[in-house]
Design a protein around this ligand. Structure first.
Ligand code: ATP
Ligand code: MG
Length: 327
C-alpha cells in the first residue's frame, strides 16, 4: 500500500480552506493509502504562539480531524512534537541543504519580508517538513498548491542524501487535487484563506457559529460584472464561491454555473451559505461528541508509537550512513 502524509499547523482554528484543501483530500484517500496525519505543532512555533492556546488547539485539531471524517482505524494520527526523532532527522537533513535553496522558498521570502525579526525557524521550517515527509518514506504528500515547492525541496534533499550516502529515502511527490485546491479569503479573494489571518471576516473557521458562517458568505467580496461565470482571474470572488460549493457538494462547476446562469449574486451566495453552514454544522455535532472522550488519547498513543518506531529506524540508518556512530 502506498503511503501518504499531511500535517496542519495549530496556528489558529482550522478553516474551510484547510478542510477542503487538506483534510477532505485525506478522507478521500484513506481507504486506498496507508495514511499519516499529524498536528504540526513544531511548525506552528516559527511564529510566536500563546502557550495556553497552543496546548488547547492541539487537542481541538485531533478531535476536529476525526469529526471531519478522518477514520482513526485507517490513519496514523499523532502530534509531531511527541516524536523526538523528527528534529534529529531534520538536523541531518539541514546539513545536506544549501542555504541558497532554503532561502529561495517563496513562503520564506514572503513571511520574512512581513516581519524583520523573523526566526531562523522560519528558514529551516521546510527542512523540518522534509523530515516529516522522509522519515516514513511516504510516497505522496497531498497539499494545496502553496506547499508544492516545499515537497519538491524535500525530494531534492532526499535525492542529494541518497546520492551522497547511498539509498536512504524514498522520493516523495506532491499530490494536488484537481478542483477546489485553493480557497481564497472571502473579503480579499486574491489572497489565500489562512487560519493565522488576523482579520476573521474573510475566513471561515470550522468553529464559527452557523449564523456567522452565513453572514460571512453573504458579505463576501464579489465584482460588478453581474454574471455568474467561473473566471478566477477576472471574477475571483464568484469563482471562489463556486469552488467552495463544488467541493462541498461534489457537483461540477459547470453544473453549478448552469443552475445560477442569469441569476443574481445574492442567490448564489444564499446557496453557498446554506450548504456551507449545514456541512460545518454536521462536523461540529460530531466534534462535540469526541473532544472530551478518552478515545482521543488512545488514538494518539497508538499513532505516536508507530510514528516513533519508523522515525527511530530511519534516524539510526542515517547515523550509520553519515558516520556518527561509536563503532
Ligand atoms: P497558516 O496561516 O498558519 O500558514 P494555513 O491555513 O495556511 O495556516 P497550514 O497549516 O499552513 O494552514 O496548511 C495545512 C494544509 O492546508 C496544507 O496542506 C495547505 O496546503 C492547506 N491549505 C491551507 N490553506 C488553504 C486554502 N486556503 N485552500 C486550500 N488548502 C489550504
Ligand atoms: Mg500555510
Amino acid at each position: 500500500m502506498k503511503r501518504i502524509l499531511t500535517g496542519l499547523k495549530p496556528t489558529g482554528d482550522l478553516t474551510l480552506g484547510n478542510y477542503i484543501g487538506a483534510i477532505k483530500q485525506m478522507i478521500n484517500m484513506q481507504d486506498e493509502y496507508d495514511s499519516f496525519l499529524f498536528v504540526a505543532d513544531l511548525h506552528a512555533l516559527t511564529i510566536y504562539q500563546d502557550p495556553v492556546e497552543l496546548k488547547e488547539r492541539i487537542r481541538k485539531f485531533i478531535a476536529m480531524y476525526i469529526a471531519c471524517g478522518i477514520d482513526p482505524q485507517k490513519n496514523t494520527i499523532y502530534i509531531q512534537s511527541e516524536n523526538e526523532y523528527i528534529p534529529a532527522i531534520s538536523y541531518l537533513l539541514e546539513c545536506n541543504t544549501n542555504y541558497g535553496e532554503a532561502s529561495r522558498m517563496i513562503q520564506f521570502k514572503e513571511k520574512s519580508k512581513q516581519n524583520a525579526n523573523f526566526s531562523v525557524g522560519l528558514l529551516t521550517y521546510p527542512i523540518l517538513m522534509a523530515a516529516d515527509i522522509l522519515y516514513c518514506d511516504c510516497d505522496y504528500v497531498p497539499v494545496g498548491i502553496d506547499q508544492k515547492q516545499h515537497v519538491e525541496l524535500a525530494r531534492n534533499i532526499a535525492e542529494r542524501f541518497n546520492n551522497k550516502y547511498g539509498k536512504t529515502f524514498n522520493l516523495p511527490e506532491p499530490l494536488l487535487s484537481k478542483t477546489g485546491t485553493k480557497i481564497y479569503d472571502l473579503k480579499n479573494p486574491t489572497k489565500k484563506m489562512s487560519k493565522s489571518e488576523d482579520n476573521p471576516s474573510g475566513v471561515i473557521s470550522l468553529f464559527d457559529d452557523l449564523p456567522s458562517i452565513v453572514s460571512k458568505i453573504m458579505r463576501a467580496t464579489t465584482d460588478s460584472l453581474n454574471q455568474i461565470k467561473y473566471d478566477p482571474e477576472n471574477q475571483p470572488g464568484i469563482s471562489n464561491l463556486l469552488n467552495i460549493a463544488s467541493s462541498l457538494t461534489n457537483r461540477s462547476i459547470d453544473d453549478l454555473v448552469s443552475q445560477f446562469n442569469g441569476k443574481g449574486y445574492g442567490e448564489l451566495k444564499k446557496y453557498v451559505a446554506e450548504i456551507t453552514a449545514n456541512h460545518i454544522g454536521e462536523i461540529q455535532k460530531r466534534y462535540e461528541q469526541i473532544v472530551n472522550s478518552e478515545l482521543l488519547d488512545e488514538i494518539l498513543n497508538k499513532g505516536i508509537a508507530r510514528s516513533r518506531e519508523l522515525a527511530q529506524q530511519k534516524y539510526e540508518a542515517m547515523k550509520l550512513k553519515v558516520g556518527t556512530v561509536r563503532k
